[in-house]
Design a protein around this ligand. Structure first.
Ligand code: BGP
Length: 483
């Protein structure tokens, strides 16, 4: 008998902007992510040093074709069903439904996602829909993106369109993917927009964050009003933060980064209030957000049904001196730091992936324990996985390194369930290869290999990796057979 409940949602995840391609088909509007080239202009565009409003002829954009899920979803969902998926987590591209972000709704977009959802249901795969996964409509970016207080209404309107059109079949919703990463490492995600003339960047970023928090709260309330049987939750990237030593100052630094990186987002989603350590940090830096009328109430009224979270690794920090010069080149899993507060520390006890991310399955259990003791809500893992260089050899990929990573994490998930932590499901990243947020398609995550590169579009043929066959057995045994 399995320790996992019969209803446990084994599955996998993708995101529209990283997998669909077809960036201009079906009357889709452009997004900020469509404007990010792969070549030499990449970082300048992401940092906003170069305008991203025009597509360049001398650059290749891997996301424009991505892995062509837009055309191949039937074949791909069939492969997911063959692995035994009970759920499939995917995001809806805002600009397929509403090309300009607000205004006219595009029937071709509605039809497309109806087909995707219906295909899932034909295979008894529960759709788990992410409402926003990094792809801000370009038309709204030009109107100030999340800096504009109207962004709250833009998002709630988008949510309403999704609930109206898909709510009869979609029971599980995720609001904003990794809002904490949008706030902490915006350039990596490619949606950072700092209005010209901004003098206090931190304040601006936390004002954007505030708008997202209010937008999320209002969307959760709307979901409960319109779809009483649906469930909705946030989807931040949670990495439990360790202190680099048992020096008291390092313990305090770890608490502060835990608050800034993790708890701010979940305290707000679950309890409707700002984390006190983060609020103090914002006050000390003259960066507290301005509340519009009704914001406080909106945040208090919202109650998620569960917590979705992405887990790749833990983080480790030590105390940072006030005059520390910190390297700004951080990504989702590397902690840059804040002078006077905390700075990243390479944990000597952990191995790293080929792309430099630490591997910490025990930390996965530590993260689940800490989250459950803080929030007491059911949880679903919305991402977890290993980015690696894969090689296709005679139609197969021998990705035993990926199997080892996933096995070690599922072992900890198993422990969490035996400790009575309410885990609803597990969606590794990624179901199928896709374009990484900042390292191209060469950083592969999927159970299924897609023949394409960062330099040119390949055949886009699909190949099952060894991990495909392994994960199928895991699901068949409801998480008991990890061999
Ligand atoms: C998360 C994102 C995903 C995904 C993943 C892996 O931050 O939600 O979109 O890409 O991390 O990151 P990367 O693609 O940078 O390797």
């Amino acid at each position: 008998m399995s320790v996992f409940p019969e209803s446990f949602l084994w599955g996998g995840a993708l995101a529209a902007n990283q997998s669909e391609g077809a960036f201009r088909e079906g009357d889709k509007g452009l997004t900020t992510v469509d404007m990010i080239p792969h070549g030499e202009h990449r970082m300048a565009v992401k940092l906003g040093l170069e305008k991203r409003f025009q597509l360049r002829d001398d650059e290749f954009y891997p996301s424009h074709e991505a892995t062509d899920f837009y055309h191949r979803y039937k074949e791909d969902i069939k492969l997911m069903a063959e692995m035994g998926f009970k759920t499939y987590r995917f995001s809806i591209a805002w600009t397929r439904l509403i090309p300009n972000g607000t205004g006219e709704v595009n029937q071709a977009g509605i039809d497309h996602y109806n087909d995707v959802i219906n295909t899932c249901l034909e295979y008894n795969i529960e759709p788990l829909v992410t409402m926003f996964h990094f792809d801000m409509p370009d038309a709204l970016d030009k109107r100030g993106s999340w800096s504009n207080p109207e962004s709250v209404d833009w998002f709630v309107n988008f949510a309403k369109v999704m609930f109206e059109n898909f709510g009869d079949r979609v029971k599980y919703w995720l609001t904003i993917n990794e809002q904490n990463m949008l706030t902490l490492v915006g350039p990596i995600i490619g949606t950072l927009r700092i209005p010209e003339g901004t003098t206090n960047v931190l304040k601006e970023v936390y004002q954007q964050n505030h708008h997202m928090l209010v937008a999320q709260a209002k969307a959760m309330v709307l979901c409960h009003e319109m779809l009483p049987n649906a469930k909705i939750g946030p989807a931040p990237n949670i990495s439990y933060v360790y202190p680099a030593s048992c020096k008291p100052e390092d313990i305090l630094a770890a608490q502060e980064f835990n608050a800034i990186r993790n708890w701010l987002y979940l305290d707000m989603a679950v309890y409707g209030k700002y984390n006190n350590l983060v609020w103090t940090y914002l006050e000390e830096n003259d960066a507290t957000p301005t509340f519009a009328e009704g914001d406080e109430e909106a945040m208090k009224n919202a109650h998620p049904d569960f917590i979705g979270f992405n887990y790749y690794s833990t983080a480790t920090v030590q105390k940072a001196a006030a005059d520390d010069k910190l390297d700004p080149g951080a990504d989702q899993q590397s902690s840059r730091g804040e002078a006077g507060y905390y700075k990243g520390y390479a944990n000597p006890n952990l191995k790293k992936t080929e792309f430099g991310w630490e591997i910490d399955p025990d930390g996965f259990l530590a993260t689940m324990r800490e989250m459950y003791s803080r929030y007491h809500l059911p949880m679903i893992v919305t991402e977890n996985g290993l980015g690696a260089y894969d090689t296709l050899e005679e139609g197969r990929v021998h990705d035993n390194y990926r199997i080892a990573y996933l096995r070690a994490h599922i072992e900890q998930l198993h422990k969490a369930v035996t400790e009575n932590i309410e885990m609803m499901g597990y969606c590794p990243w990624s179901a199928i290869d896709l374009v990484s947020t900042h390292e191209g398609i060469r950083k592969r995550y999927g159970f299924i290999y897609v023949d394409t590169t960062d330099e040119e579009v390949g055949t886009l043929d699909r190949y099952k990796k060894d991990s495909f066959y392994w994960y199928k057995k895991v699901i068949e045994s409801n998480g008991e057979n990890l061999d």
